[in-house]
Design a protein around this ligand. Structure first.
Ligand code: C5P
Length: 403
């Protein structure tokens, strides 16, 4: 099971109908059901007849904890009008996979089975994740149907381009479950940073000692990536300048990959001019070897000395720009958090700084932080980094000067 912890819980408590039509990608909908359940979503699965041939309603029932419906007049239907009742009180309908046939039926406004009837009788947003062979997708009839759905206000998610079950390669793959979760999540997140541009740094830096060795630190990048995702979800344009980490690029984020502090500084300055917010989450190495060896350093019995020179302070440089963006720093301290964090905020002239004690957050999925700004200190309860990220975004949006 992939890690879905980067998806914040804007989905918690939502009620969603997951429609499954006939396509091999239906096997991924089982995982999608589980992922949505983990996000706290109450999932009600409705399969078309063809969908139920790929994966049985029983599977979805077990994974969602709710009765899974199929066809039109399900034999197990106890009360009348499920096609109306099921849709009421729902926050969204997501059809994934949506076959070419199902998209055509939706576009024509047909009510030939329970799922299409639910879609026609809905009073909530409808999301459609197409999945089909690339030629079926590119066919003018399908494109016409998709355009019709879009002009009817339906959101089309994907399809992705890649290898297909039929052996061909091209557009038509259903988006992965975590991407679909993220898209739904973004939909339910208030657009607090709409029209804003944000640049972030994240992860460690790696300062070469020789071609194979270097100086780095234990930063996982999780906090910075969670913040980048939260900014994108909140409607801003996001550039993430990232040191070496093993994390996927969040949806809606442009990533610039760097290794050393000097490269990170170049990446930041290439992106930061004219942006509204700069958030420095990266654990930048304070020092780098003065002259990295060109060849691998050979072992000998003698002690060796490494000369280290200071790296530029990227955040301080950005904060000192004539038209500096709203700058947010991070500080990890091993003691006296309040004193050191507030000192750091003032020294770097930052409107906002997020502090945490080392051991509370480094490398893990959770963190305990305190936000420091001109209005004082604001401790946040211990929470997953994704929640913390959302609260930081809310605070930034509140303090950001209006345009
Ligand atoms: O001074 P200290 O390294 O503790 O400050 C931490 C903050 O400054 C973080 O926001 C970090 O990303 C940023 N920083 C930076 N460039 C450096 C060192 C720290 O941007 N060389």
């Amino acid at each position: 099971m992939p890690d879905y912890t980067h998806v914040i819980d804007g989905l918690r408590g939502r009620r969603i109908v997951l429609g499954v039509s006939g396509g091999i990608a239906a096997y991924k909908s089982a995982e999608l059901t589980r992922a949505l359940g983990h996000m706290g979503v109450d999932v009600h699965v409705v399969l078309t007849e063809a969908g139920a041939r790929f994966v049985t309603p029983l599977t979805f029932q077990a994974l969602s904890g709710n009765r899974a419906w199929s066809g039109f007049l399900d034999e197990k239907m106890e009360d009348g009008m499920p096609h109306i009742r099921l849709g009421r009180g729902m926050d969204a309908i997501l059809v994934a996979p949506a076959s070419a046939d199902f998209i055509a039926r939706l576009a024509a406004g047909l009510a030939s089975d329970l799922l299409s009837t639910l879609c026609l009788a809905r009073d909530c947003p409808l999301f459609v994740a197409p999945a089909m062979n690339r030629q079926m997708w590119e066919n003018p009839a399908t494109q016409r149907n998709v355009a019709t759905l879009q002009s009817d206000g339906v959101t089309i998610l994907g399809p992705a381009v890649g290898e297909q079950a039929c052996g061909e390669t091209g557009p038509g793959r259903m988006l992965e479950p975590e991407v679909l979760c993220e898209e739904l999540n973004a939909f339910f997140t208030p657009k607090l940073l709409a029209g804003r541009k944000v640049v972030l740094t994240a992860g460690p830096t790696f300062e070469a000692v020789d071609p194979v060795r270097g100086i780095t630190n234990a930063s996982s990048g999780k906090m910075g990536y969670a913040l980048a995702a939260a900014c994108a979800r909140a409607g801003s344009e996001v550039v993430l300048v990232s040191g070496p980490v093993a994390l996927p690029v969040p949806v809606g984020v442009r990533r610039i990959e760097v290794t050393s502090a000097l490269q990170m500084r170049d990446g930041v300055f290439a992106a930061v001019m004219g942006v509204d917010v700069f958030i420095a989450v990266a654990a930048v190495a304070d020092y780098r070897p003065a002259e990295p060896a060109v060849h691998k350093i050979k072992k000998s019995g003698a002690a060796i000395h490494l000369e280290l020179v200071p790296n530029p302070d990227i955040l301080a440089e950005v904060a000192a720009l004539p038209e500096a963006p709203f700058c947010v720093g991070f500080a990890a301290e091993s003691r006296d958090l309040d004193t050191f964090a507030e000192e750091k905020r003032r020294a770097k002239r930052l409107p906002m700084l997020v502090g945490n004690l080392i051991g509370d957050g480094l490398g893990g999925d959770e963190n305990t932080v305190v936000i420091y700004d001109e209005e004082g200190r604001h401790p946040l309860p211990r929470a997953p980094k994704t929640f913390i990220a959302r609260q930081i975004v809310e605070r930034i949006a509140r303090l950001l000067p209006t345009k």
